[in-house]
Design a protein. Structure first.
Length: 108
């Protein structure tokens, strides 16, 4: 677990955390050996950061995006109804897995 100031961005805070994972992997401590893919929200997008995760840790990264809320329709066509709630696949799966493994607090 890593606690940092509120003015630290998601990518920077995640990089601090993942750098400690990288050091542990290089030291042969065997942490997160089975982890191969990360699903992240849009706060983590950025070519340099994603490239660092993929090259340094060897993990693939996928940004899970929210569905578009607005659509363009011709004036004479009724727009499709917007669902009240949309399930985003895999968005918080990593947090749940880390919480169950004891790496994140249960109150997040």
């Amino acid at each position: 677990m890593l606690v940092h100031a509120a003015d630290v961005g998601e990518r920077e805070g995640a990089r601090w955390l993942l750098e400690s994972v990288l050091v542990a992997k290089q030291a042969g401590r065997g942490c997160f050996e089975r982890l191969q893919h990360l699903w992240l929200d849009a706060g983590y997008q950025g070519k340099e950061w994603l490239a660092w995760v993929e090259s340094a840790l060897g993990w693939t990264v996928e940004i899970v995006r929210k569905p578009r809320r607005w659509v363009w329709c011709p004036a004479d066509v009724e727009p499709p109804p917007m669902p009240a709630f949309t399930v985003l696949k895999r968005r918080s799966r990593g947090r749940k897995d880390l919480r169950l493994a004891g790496h994140l607090p249960a109150f997040e």
